[in-house]
Write a protein that binds this ligand. Structure first.
Ligand code: HEM
Length: 1123
């Protein structure tokens, strides 16, 4: 904050400071010197990044800084009032307005100056081109965004006047709620991408206002991904159980089963007091009716013994029946925000408790200036029985609890904007809306799973900016199948409204008829809309050709990633009435972009505007379509994009190749549309190979055991057929197998950037979620840095080497008097005793050591077993053993913490580990377990391999003996080895490296590609598994001469750390225990070669790679002490 101060002072000279920190620049010099992008009023001009947004700005208009590039525009008045209209200044830029044409719904309007801005504008986007290139239509514009927001109890909107001035209207909706100063009324921001600008602005507002949440953070209801059916246009309020069953059946029979249903208006028990007195039209009857019970009406009653007198008002059996018969996943029902259109009956026995009061809605002047609405007229005439706000939580809770008890999953909540007309005497429209919204969302969360709510008729900013959890909102006026002029406006309105609404919710495109002259038009719009897809066909009246393009046979739908919105070049054109512009709606799928192109001209007009273009003159329109119309294309194109795209044209079924900035001409007749699927063409191709069997792929062949100093038949066959890098299907995932040293190295070095460690899930089950092999990203970095510092601290302690050597001497001492030993068992005993001493300070004879060893053996067996979690299987036993080891380790932790400083047992490792404060207890336990695991099997195997190879190579054994005799000759009889001695063991190091190369303890490691990666000519697709196979590189004859020969001398000329030798892995996951493993092996060999002669007995010629390496008989040795 402090750093910002001088900058701000420089940018705002001569400012007048208002209370609350807002500022206004006084007249300075004519030509703007302001270089800030931040909006500032300078010389009565609201200037943003050198662009004049408003001129002749009145004195009472102020800006309050928000972020570096955004501000709030506000106004002050000398008088307090519940409604003010302030002039903001003259506006002469191309704009897009989203405004409410009636109380319920928003539509777009484009224009060129303030006078064109409609009343009730809720979003205003200005196009700001550089002065000198105003006429150059191809210059990239920038954008200025005005968002009138909620400011305390007031709600703002924008409008224009005949003097080209933009005006700000602030209103509370309650004469008792008055104010004179509104500092945060309009949010103003600036940017080069209209979509980023909107996204960033909403993020800032979310944080600043705290009253709503953005879409990205919300839980999405599962119904969005399934095809649905709504009863509204099928039956209107005449919906019946039989009708519902008929509709579900015919959709199912046709091959597009509905998996969610909305039982719309018509299921509730309502009453209209006036119906006795007046002859009411059906709609007036509907809008004047009140809810008299929260339960279903008698159409849905369950009749006992077919007698209507013996019926229960139960919906549950019906819901269960339709779920069972039609495989429905989600059942939603409709209700109004106030219960029903006319509210909740004041006197009905079941609803009296909600203390409703008859209130007559009062529309704002803004709404009255636009269009009237019939439903609103009825509600104004008959009044609304308004639930007492203090009872609203109870009402929603009762209603939703009842519905949940009837097996209903969620609700569509309609008529939301009504609240803005009922604020008088109730604290005003903003606070009333907030109260109702909070109660509603709380009840949804308490009574339904899955955030199951669709909001409707809630397009005023009062509702939108109070939408914390609700994730779906209807984004336009109703789909009206019988209104010929609204088919095109519906599609265009949703697309444009989604620019604004789409940041906070998933815009809902409403239902449509699949058998209708505009069905394809609506279907294509839903396909690119990123929305839920549902129809409202009457039973039996479907067009399955249309439906099957949207719905998969299992009833799921392929939903695009974002809310579908108009492409940039459409933003300031009127796609419905200018007679020349096509509408293009862009979206992204997982791997491609998608563009819907619509001719909306000549088939309707916006409410409130009369068409200048005769329908007949608009026949066919032409326009340009380019891959550049798709925003955020880089999300799918990745690093390997050639810059060209493959475009599939749906109508013609043709495929075209285009560079990104290239374009195609399209021509469409009235109400015609097309869809283009645009895929980036990548460099490189996925390597050759085959996927093998479904699911298992080639896993079994890949894992077929073979001698660990060979490739095995699978790798041999595949490499000779496809090369060193090939594709396969392994461990239930498409996989690239790499036997190429360069690619292996590239993978290891790019951990967390392009690739990530990804061991199969069952391994996670045994190792636990905090194991170093399982964790990724920052957690891995944190655990690893502790590991590295522990390794370096412990190895500098004098006991470190002495403990290792002492344990080796102990084991070898126990061989005296024996003729034969099973070497693998002995080596495991050695490595276990070393690591348990190093890590926990325990000696072999302590009970805790025995207990851990026992559980550890069970654990190890499970780790390499088939991952089946059925009680009794080795895998299940391993999971349990891990829990037991964890408890033992935790007990040791506790004991050590209690006896700090007094304990006889010593473990520097443990002392340090316990004092680390950036690891949780579970992470510390996992850490110990990782060390035991890493230090046990692998190191003992290395020792066994060395012993086996030395037994077959007398020359190597002889040279090794000479090296160790020489080292010993400089020491006293029982003197311990030290680091200098270890450094002298050069030939021993060569033996160890050669044993690692020939033995291949770790054959490969598991990784996955985080994005599409291009390497040489290969493409490694994002999400695929990739296995760098170390053994293939170690046994590659072009890299290591006489590959199959155990030849330690090769390491005299060759580096032991190189791309072609990676027994301990590499990059950020290089084995932290490599040195310990080598020291243990070297010290053990030291005493072994000086004190024993040995020869192998029986069949263990070479261990097998399963791929974990194992000597089948445990390497029996006949041993002979050297006296
Ligand atoms: C001959 C003996 C050993 C061999 C061949 C070996 C091999 C490896 C390899 C190849 C990796 C990399 C795994 C990957 O990239 O996914 C690794 C990681 C690891 N090793 Fe070893 N290791 C040995 C001994 C040890 C010892 C003695 C310890 C501990 C005392 C140990 C602890 C670990 C740990 C904790 C990791 C995970 C490192 C990380 O993910 O950052 N290893 N080891």
């Amino acid at each position: 904050m402090l750093l910002n101060a001088p900058t701000s002072l420089f940018l705002y000279p001569n400012r007048r400071i208002f209370s609350n920190g807002c500022l206004r620049v006084q007249k300075t010099w004519k030509q703007s010197m302001c270089i800030s992008t931040k909006p500032v009023i300078d010389d009565r001009i609201l200037r943003i990044s050198d662009k004049d947004a408003l001129t002749a700005v009145p004195e009472n208009i102020v800006v309050t800084p928000s972020t570096n590039a955004s501000v709030f525009l506000g106004a002050t008045s000398s008088e307090k009032s519940c409604r003010h209209v302030f002039k903001l200044g003259v506006m002469e830029l191309r704009f897009l307005s989203l405004f409410r044409f009636n109380i319920w719904w928003m539509i777009p309007r484009v224009g060129n100056s303030g006078s064109d801005v409609p009343v009730e504008t809720q979003m205003l986007l200005l196009e700001a081109r550089e002065e000198q290139v105003v006429s150059a239509s191809n210059a990239s514009p920038s954008y200025i965004l005005f968002l009138p927001v909620l400011d305390g109890d007031f709600r703002s909107s924008l409008q224009g006047n005949s003097a080209n001035e933009l005006e700000l209207c602030v209103e509370s909706g309650d004469p008792a709620i008055v104010a004179s100063q509104f500092l945060n009324a309009v949010f103003v921001n600036y940017g080069n991408s209209p979509f980023d600008l909107m996204k960033e602005s909403m993020k800032i507002l979310e944080k600043h206002k705290g009253t709503f949440s953005i879409r990205e953070t919300k839980k999405m209801p599962g119904m969005l991904d399934w095809f649905g059916w709504c009863t509204w246009d099928a039956f209107y309020t005449e919906v019946t159980p039989q009708g519902i069953k008929d509709g579900l059946k015919s959709l199912s029979d046709g091959g597009t089963p509905a998996k969610f249903i909305i039982i719309d208006d018509g299921w509730q028990e309502t009453y209209n007091d006036l119906q006795k007195e007046e002859e009411l039209s059906p709609v007036a009857l509907q809008f004047g009716s009140r809810l008299i019970s929260i339960k279903v009406n008698n159409k849905f009653w369950k009749k006992k013994n077919e007698s209507p007198n013996e019926a229960t008002n139960d919906l549950k059996d019906f819901v269960i029946e339709i779920r069972r018969d039609f495989g429905l996943k989600y059942v939603y029902v409709w209700h109004a925000l106030m219960g029903y259109w006319g509210g909740v009956h004041t006197d009905a026995p079941e609803t009296k408790k909600y203390n409703s009061q008859l209130r007559y809605p009062l529309q704002s002047q803004g709404n009255l200036a636009n269009m009237r609405d019939f439903a609103m007229d009825c509600m104004e005439k008959y009044g609304v029985d308004t639930i007492d706000p203090s009872k609203i939580s109870e009402f929603y809770d009762d209603l939703h609890k009842y519905l949940a008890s009837q097996d209903v999953d969620g609700v569509k909540v309609d008529v939301q904007n009504i609240l803005e007309t009922l604020g008088t005497g109730l604290g005003g429209r903003v606070s009333l809306t907030k109260q109702f919204q909070q109660a509603l969302e709380k009840s949804i969360a308490a009574n339904f799973q899955d955030n199951s709510i669709i909001c409707c008729m809630g397009q005023n900013t009062d509702s939108i900016y109070n939408c914390k959890r609700s994730a779906i909102t209807r984004a336009s006026d109703d789909y009206q199948p019988r209104n010929q002029t609204s088919q095109t406006t519906h599609v265009a309105a949703v697309a444009f409204n989604s620019i604004f609404l789409g940041e906070i919710v998933v815009p809902d495109w409403d239902m449509f008829y699949s058998r209708h002259y505009a069905a394809e038009f609506h279907a294509v719009a839903r396909a690119v809309g990123g929305c839920g897809i549902y129809v409202s066909d009457k039973p039996g009246q479907h067009d399955f050709t249309v439906l099957k393009r949207l719905v998969l046979p299992d009833g799921s739908v392929l939903r695009a990633k974002y809310p579908g919105r108009p492409s940039r070049d459409c933003l300031f054109n009127d796609p419905v009435m200018d007679g020349k512009s096509l509408l293009k709606i862009w979206n992204l799928n997982k791997f491609s972009g998608v563009l819907g192109i619509f001719n909306c001209q000549g088939a309707g007009s916006w409410p409130g505007l009369h068409s200048n273009v005769e329908n007949s003159t608009c026949s066919e329109l032409s326009g340009r379509v380019s891959p550049a119309d798709i925003e955020y294309f880089e999300e799918i194109s990745g690093e390997t994009w050639t810059g060209d795209c493959a475009i599939f044209l749906f109508n013609s079924g043709s495929l075209v190749r285009l560079p990104k900035e290239g374009y195609l001409d399209v021509s469409l007749g009235v109400l015609q549309c097309d869809v283009f699927t645009i895929s980036p063409i990548m460099f490189g191709v996925t390597p050759k190979g085959t996927f093998g069997w479904p699911l298992l792929g080639e896993t079994l062949s890949f894992l077929r055991p073979h001698s660990s100093n060979s490739l095995g038949t699978f790798l041999q066959d595949h490499c000779s057929r496809y090369g060193k890098v090939f594709k396969s299907h392994l461990f239930c995932s498409p996989t690239i197998v790499s036997c190429d040293q360069e690619l292996n190295y590239f993978i290891l070095q790019n951990e967390d950037r392009l690739f990530q460690c990804s061991y199969p899930k069952p391994i996670h089950g045994v190792l636990g979620k905090s194991s170093m092999l399982v964790v990724v990203g920052d957690t891995h970095k944190r655990l690893r840095s502790v590991a590295l510092s522990l390794v370096s601290t412990t190895k500098s302690k004098p006991d470190y080497l002495n403990d290792i050597e002492g344990t080796a001497i102990q084991i070898l001492h126990s061989w005296r008097g024996k003729q034969q030993v099973i070497f693998c068992d002995e080596a495991r005993k050695f490595t276990f005793n070393v690591i348990i001493k190093q890590v926990l300070g325990l000696t072999p004879d302590e009970p805790q050591t025995t207990k851990i060893l026992e559980d550890f053996l069970t654990f190890m067996r499970g780790l390499i077993s088939f991952p089946l979690y059925i009680p009794g299987t080795p895998y299940a036993r391993a999971v349990q053993a891990r829990t037991r080891i964890s408890s033992t380790i935790k007990a040791i932790f506790e004991e050590r913490k209690r006896n700090r400083g007094y304990s006889k047992r010593k473990s520097d490792f443990l002392e340090i580990l316990l004092s680390v404060n950036n690891l949780s207890e579970d992470e510390k336990v996992s850490f110990v377990l990782d060390s035991l695991l890493g230090g046990y099997e692998t190191t003992s195997l290395l020792m066994a391999l060395a012993v086996q190879f030395l037994g077959q190579s007398p020359a190597a054994l002889q040279q090794l003996k000479l090296e160790h005799r020489s080292i010993r000759s400089f020491k006293q009889r029982d003197e311990y080895l030290n680091w200098e001695d270890y450094k002298k063991m050069e030939f021993t190091q060569n033996v160890i490296s050669e044993a690692l190369r020939c033995g291949n303890i770790v054959k490969f490691v598991h990784r996955k590609a985080l994005k599409d990666v291009r390497f040489k000519d290969y493409l490694i697709p994002s999400g695929w598994k990739i296995l760098p196979v170390f053994s293939a590189v170690h046994l590659d004859p072009s890299l290591h001469g006489s590959t199959l020969e155990f030849h330690p001398w090769r390491w005299e000329k060759q580096s032991q750390t190189s791309k072609k030798f990676t027994p301990f892995g590499g990059g950020p996951r290089f084995c932290p225990g490599s040195e310990l493993a080598k020291v243990e092996t070297a010290f053990f060999l030291h005493h072994l070669v000086l004190n024993f002669r040995w020869r192998t007995v029986g069949v263990d010629q070479h261990p097998l790679a399963y791929p974990y390496v194992e000597f089948q008989s445990g390497l029996p040795l006949r041993v002979d002490p050297i006296l």
